[in-house]
Design a protein around this ligand. Structure first.
Ligand code: 4AD
Ligand code: MG
Length: 431
């Protein structure tokens, strides 16, 4: 007899199989017990008929407590009434680990309670579905960039640089000197692009932002591609192709998970069509002021502004060329305007805000050195980065997609904390 996973049961109809499972819920009467089972790969039902098993097994089945682990042996049958479509007709049960009173019951719990029990909550169907989709986004990311001829260059986590500004750095000690946790791998990816052409990184990044919003994590994962010999317009084409590819793959490979969380696939379909609309920062300001919002040129957008702008389109929208004063030092200056840089943020529909930040990079040594000084950074810390402009500097562009922001949008969740297994938030580093 084969030991299999629930996900593979459709290939074993009418066969006797053995599966290691946990109990999520149960219901029983005098003659029949319905066991809700999970094994990590999927959720399905076990049926125990009193007249088909020994008295002892039926009694064991009736007494099983939530989250008890056990081996279940039985025949796989089709079950058109259930969502999964198959069930197991139980013949034998062998308890592996008893369970104490499980804190997460099928009733409603508050968010703090669930987050305090995140290590257990991961077992429930909703987080399970969201994190399954996260895995698909990661898988599709590697597929996409491999297909496009990129190679993965890993950026360090411990660094001496602050590409995204010094206000939200996580400080740490590095033996007898200071170091910071990475805010972005970008500067290292730029070095990688000069060595390999097209590169990307995927790793954790850290921002000590005192923001308690639905969009901010303290630790989040970013995908950062960087392309040599590429101007901003080609980078935007790559970005929309990538995002559409992610959504396409989630629709095609995560139907069950999307159904579990109640995400409307017809809405997601809209995001698989490219090109995405593009507006300039100037146009965005005009749209916002016309709508009666109190914002002037030169100000960065907050959540209400991003939501309003995104609501004017039914696809993600690129906002191009923000004021130089509110963007990092490394962005390419506009060829004819002093006040803006060649960059774009991609705003997700449905109020999810910025999911990508990217730009063409400044290539001129003197300009960049000047910008580094103006940003209050120590040029010595960046001399390696400046070297990239000394030895065959070329036009290049790149961007960063926040995995959890993108996943929150794709899954339609309310809060970015749902999109990562163990969120680090302003007030949470447990569990
Ligand atoms: O716009 P950001 O700060 O851009 C960079 O870090 C660039 N160096 C990227 C690059 O060009 N290689 O961050 C990029 C993305 C944002 O668009 C957002 O999706 C996500 O990272 N992000 C966050 N996600 C969750 N919590 C936070 N606190 C985030 N801050 C940024
Ligand atoms: Mg940004």
């Amino acid at each position: 007899m084969e030991t299999i996973n629930i996900i593979d049961t459709p290939k074993h109809v009418n066969e006797l199989v053995k599966i290691g499972v946990w109990l999520t819920d149960k219901r029983s009467s005098g003659k029949i017990a319905f066991l809700q089972l999970r094994d990590g790969t999927a959720f399905f039902q076990g049926v125990v008929l009193k007249n088909k098993v020994s008295e002892a097994i039926f009694e064991t089945a009736k007494k099983l407590r939530q989250e008890t682990s056990f081996w279940v042996t039985g025949e796989i049958h089709e079950d058109a009434r259930s969502k999964f479509g198959y069930e197991i007709q139980v013949e034998d049960l062998e308890v592996i680990g008893e369970s104490e009173d499980y804190p997460i019951t099928p009733k409603d719990h508050g968010v703090d309670f669930l987050m305090d029990h995140r290590h257990l909550w991961l077992r429930s169907s909703r987080p399970h579905a969201i994190l399954t989709i996260r895995n698909e986004v990661i898988r599709a990311t590697y597929q996409f960039f491999n297909q496009e001829g990129f190679i993965k260059i890993d950026a360090p986590i411990l660094t001496g640089s602050a590409p995204e500004g010094t206000s939200d750095l996580f400080h740490t000690e590095y033996f007898d000197r200071d170091a910071y946790l990475s805010q972005s791998g970008q500067l290292y990816e730029e070095a990688g692009a000069m060595a390999f052409g097209k590169v990307f990184s995927f790793g954790p990044t850290f921002r000590a932002e005192k923001s308690k919003t639905r969009r901010h994590l303290i630790e989040f994962w970013m995908i950062e591609p960087e392309m040599a010999f590429m101007h901003q317009e080609q980078s935007l084409e790559l970005q929309e192709k990538y995002v559409a590819f992610l959504v396409r793959n989630v629709i095609d490979h995560c139907k069950d998970s999307l159904e579990t969380i109640g995400r409307d696939i017809s809405v997601l379909e809209r995001y698989t069509k490219t090109p995405y609309p593009r507006i300039s920062y100037d146009q965005a300001i005009e749209m916002l002021t016309k709508s009666g919002m109190d914002i002037s040129w030169g100000t960065d957008f907050g959540s209400p502004e991003e939501t309003y702008l995104a609501d004017q389109f039914d696809q993600p929208v690129f906002v191009l060329n923000y004021p130089k004063a509110i963007k990092p030092f490394y962005m390419k200056p506009h060829p004819t305007r002093e006040d803006v840089v060649i960059c774009a943020d991609l705003l997700a529909p449905e109020g999810y805000g910025e999911i990508i930040g990217g730009s063409e990079r400044a290539v001129d040594y003197d300009y960049l050195l000047d910008q580094i000084k103006k940003a209050g950074l120590d040029p010595d810390e960046y001399s390696w980065y400046l070297d990239l402009r000394k030895y065959g500097s070329v036009p290049h562009s790149g961007f960063g997609l926040g995995l959890e922001r993108a996943l929150t949008w794709i899954t339609g969740e309310d809060h970015v904390r749902e999109a990562i297994p163990f969120p680090r938030l302003l007030n949470r580093i447990y569990p």
